[in-house]
Write a protein that binds this ligand. Structure first.
Ligand code: PLP
Length: 380
């Protein structure tokens, strides 16, 4: 069958038609263990019945009224997110991770004022594909064909406080960092780094913005990745897991920062509409009921310990259930990921030499053992 899709994604040998929990089925009836969760999205597993029921009920009640009118599901989700983030903040809803970061960048510019607009981020980071978030993304090879990009972005070496300090001048409005660089290869920050960034930002009146699009909502074994490092950011962005597959993103900011926005400064037609926020409300309710961060921490320990024992794996890194298996020299991660897929395990090559594993946060011990058994066979 010829495809009518733009060639932005490489062709894949399988077409998935159904999912349930950690399992996927393709159009040939083959079953797979999904240890990628749609890139850290389906944290509660595929076809989660609580989320499906919430969507069904909301679809039959009220789908959309535009942001000219607030609706209850959005208010409920914003209140829960603020509580999980320690309180004292306000939320803007959007539809994706890039849009959540776009909101953060615009907020930093408005809060900083004219001349204090630069956002500093790290090499190896990933913050999105819109023109501004692409420039925030610290991967110059992704920039070149789209030049000129919006100005006001600067990149520094990852996890290097001296490099960051020397980049901070009065034009800097904000520092934007991931707690674990996800797309960059699953590289966790250190507590010393995040604490040092917090101190520098406080000393110089700069916002510390944390991109929790991939790490947020239990993925790292805590509600938010920054909690591992004993700091509180001024701005937090999230998306992926918030809707368990329903597109929704959010930008949270300290109330005094958020108040820099006035009506008309920022908006989106679909952001925070009742269908998406009904899904997010169900997701957050289930995550709380199941204590998903603790479950992810426990499961992450099991997965990392098993991978560390797997022949062909040189190193295991990550936090909670955001894990990379660095392969031994000479191994091609793309080829191994393709072999895993053929053997019934979905993972991806996060770098040319490392696999990323990010199963649902409620993955069972047996599913972890089965996934590692498939990988072991493939690597053998
Ligand atoms: C840390 C981080 N920020 C932002 C994004 C962009 O999110 P989206 O693809 O929903 O725009 C991603 C996507 O992988 C991400 O991992």
């Amino acid at each position: 069958m010829s495809s009518h899709l733009m060639p932005t994604y490489p062709p894949q040998p399988v077409t998935f038609v159904r999912g349930e929990g950690t399992r996927l089925w393709d159009d040939q009836g083959n079953e797979y263990l999904d240890f990628l969760s749609g890139l850290a999205v389906t944290g509660l597993g595929h076809a989660n019945p609580v989320v499906a029921d919430a969507l069904n009920e909301q679809a039959r009640t009220l789908l959309h009224v535009s942001n000219l009118f607030a609706t209850q599901p959005g208010e409920d989700v914003a209140a829960t997110l603020d509580e999980l983030l320690g309180g004292g903040g306000l939320v803007f809803f959007c539809n994706s991770g890039a849009e959540a970061n776009e909101c953060a960048i615009k907020l930093a510019r408005k809060f900083g004022g004219r001349g204090k607009h630069v956002v500093v981020s790290a090499y190896g980071s990933f913050h999105g594909r819109t023109l501004a978030t692409l420039h925030a993304t610290g991967q110059p090879q992704k920039h070149e064909v789209f030049q000129p990009l919006p100005e006001g972005f600067r990149h520094v070496a990852w996890d290097d406080l001296d490099a960051l300090e020397s980049s901070l001048d009065p034009s800097v409005a904000a520092v934007l960092l991931e707690p674990v660089q996800g797309e960059g290869g699953v590289n966790p920050a250190t507590a010393e780094y995040f604490q040092g960034v917090r101190r520098l930002c406080d000393e110089r009146g700069i916002l510390f913005m944390v991109d929790e699009v991939q790490t947020g909502l239990g993925r790292t074994g805590k509600w938010f990745g920054f909690e591992h490092f004993g700091v509180r950011p001024d701005v937090v962005t999230m998306a992926k897991a918030l809707g368990n597959g329903v597109p929704i993103g959010a930008c949270w900011a300290r109330a005094d920062v958020a108040s820099a926005f006035e009506p008309g400064d920022h908006a989106t037609t679909f952001g925070g509409q009742p269908l998406a926020t009904a899904a997010a409300r169900a997701v957050l309710g289930e995550m709380r009921r199941l204590d998903i961060p603790s479950a992810a921490a426990r499961a992450g320990d099991r997965l990392m310990a098993a991978l560390a024992e797997t022949p062909g794996v040189a190193e295991v890194r990550g936090l909670g259930l955001l894990v990379a298996a660095q392969l031994e020299e000479g191994r091609d991660a793309k080829a191994i990921a393709a072999d895993c897929l053929a053997a019934g395990l979905v993972v991806n090559a996060v770098t040319p030499t490392a696999l990323r594993l990010a199963p649902p946060l409620n993955v069972s011990d047996a599913e972890i053992d089965d996934a590692v058994a498939i990988l072991t066979k493939v690597l053998a």
